[in-house]
Design a protein around this ligand. Structure first.
Ligand SMILES: O=P(O)(O)OC[C@H]1O[C@](O)(COP(=O)(O)O)[C@@H](O)[C@@H]1O
Ligand SMILES: [Mg+2]
Ligand SMILES: [Mg+2]
Length: 337
């Protein structure tokens, strides 16, 4: 008998006392929002009740990136769905400069939701997998009003993390601290159905993912690691490696959760003042917790990403994650630098 997302979460709540009902209800609201976004993505240029999702919105976000229409549509869907749900104090998003406090006309909850509403924006128009990434924290002091400082907690404080990938299938991947589970959207039933539990990432792999076109800008430890992979069985690694790069973090990480591999978006000299391209709070932290919960590892080259103390809502970080032994090797090369 198929197990729906709701049933899975209820069992986590009842059988294991892992998640309070408030958090379960919040995750169900996020899943419903992802279902609407998936529907719009699936319709593509045909347009949907969410409007025309293709092309640029012509505006810029706090990162200085030109926003796509779908970045904004997905952001609005998540805000609207979660605002009145009654489980949140506030939200933060890649597409919003500052936090969005839930208006007083709605019941206030004690959870904080952060999201990358549409990940892999450069792939929207070319029909390649994209997704939504989310992370949930709790307010530091429930008795006080909410502020941006409440969000600046290390990734170890997450109470839930996940992503939804909009590809040939729409798949929701989730952890509440008891391993990683995957749910596939059954479009006929209109609900997410459990398709895999206790996801495990193999410790070793022969597959790396990095944007090779940035090689000349990389730091020595990254160059050394990739060089050795490219030398294959004739080189110090004694085995051949394959390369993949989808340029949608959700899709690259989904592949790694499915069959292993190492994903890297390291610091590089193009913008030396930036720690990396990807964002700590709503890309790296949720993905790192999922990877660790599946037996993998995630560092910024120097330290465990989940231990990083955030100082800004939109801060960036260098990312090395996936199969444990490869992540440890890359990290050790940084230590030897
Ligand atoms: O275009 P590049 O340099 O390969 O970067 C691709 C990376 O940028 C991202 O698209 C950034 O995320 P957004 O699309 O949410 O801005 C990641 O999904 C992906 O891993
Ligand atoms: Mg992203
Ligand atoms: Mg995005």
């Amino acid at each position: 008998m198929s197990v729906s997302l709701t049933r899975y979460l209820v069992e986590q709540q009842r059988a294991k006392g892992l998640i309070p009902s408030e958090l379960r209800l919040l995750l169900e609201v996020v899943a419903r929002a992802c279902k609407s976004i998936s529907h719009a993505v699936n319709k593509g240029a045909l347009g949907s009740e969410l409007g025309d999702v293709m092309g640029s919105a012509g505006s810029e976000n706090v990162q200085g990136e030109v926003q796509k229409k779908l970045d904004i549509i997905a952001n609005d869907v998540l805000i609207e769905a979660n605002e009145w749900g009654g489980h949140l104090a506030a939200m933060a998003s890649e597409e919003m400069d500052s936090i969005h406090v839930v208006p007083n006309r709605y019941p206030q909850g004690e959870y904080l939701l952060m999201f990358d509403p549409l990940d892999g924006s450069s792939n929207i128009e070319v029909n390649v997998s994209i997704g939504t990434i989310f992370s949930v924290l709790k307010k530091v002091d429930p008795s006080k009003g909410v502020s941006e400082d409440d969000f600046l907690q290390p990734g170890t404080q997450q109470v839930a993390a996940g992503y939804c990938v909009y590809g040939p299938q729409t798949t929701l991947v989730l952890t509440v601290g008891d391993g990683v589970a995957m749910f596939t959207l059954d479009r006929e039933q209109g609900s997410f159905v459990l398709t895999q539990e206790n996801v495990r990432i193999p410790a070793d792999t022969k597959e790396f993912a990095i944007n090779m076109s940035n090689m000349r800008h990389w730091d020595e430890p990254v160059k050394r690691y990739i060089d050795e992979c490219l030398q294959g069985e004739e080189g110090p690694r004694g085995k051949n490696f394959n390369m993949r790069w989808i340029a949608s973090m959700v899709a690259d990480v989904h592949r790694i959760l499915t069959r292993g591999g190492v994903f890297m978006y390291p610091w590089d000299k193009r913008e030396p003042g930036k720690a990396g391209k990807l964002r700590l709070m709503y890309e790296a932290n949720p993905m790192s917790w999922l990877v660790e919960q599946a037996g993998g590892a995630a560092t910024n080259g120097q330290q465990r990403i989940l231990d990083i103390q955030p100082t800004q809502l939109h801060q960036r970080v260098s990312v090395v994650l996936g199969s444990k032994n490869e992540v440890e090797r890359v990290t050790s090369y940084h230590a030897q630098k």
